[in-house]
Write a protein of this length. Sequence first.
Length: 157
Amino acid sequence: MSDLARAEQWMRLALEEARSAAAADEVPVGAVVVRDNQAIASAHDRKMELRDPTAHAELLALRQAADRLGDWRLDGCEIFVTLEPCAMCAGAILLARIEAVYFGADNVKFGAAGTRIDLFGDHGWNHRVRVVRGMLADECGRLLTDYFRAKRNAERD
């Protein structure tokens, strides 16, 4: 399997998580943590359900992965997320020593992987995260657009 096909496989799993979020009336963002070509954690946004502003898909998936590995250092792990991480999530990804982040849609309001700010750029951190942007971007973006359009339409009714 090519690297692109492998990455798309994991992003499709993140999209499944995002669809689960939408079904639960949460913002449709999903994340999957992969190590040695195996998913070790997956999550979707649960801010509304948990009444927790930090319950982003990335943070929930990082917590699961750390619990599963028994270490906060997630060396050798990659994270696949349907929306560009915000500053909070990008910081956690850096601190967890994630090797690479793959994301789908740009986050025009809060993106911290180059759209608004770039926390993964060369800032003298003791760790570097490889960033792959635009993975299944149209599908990831459409899921978000459809979700927010439905929310706006429901408010009008």
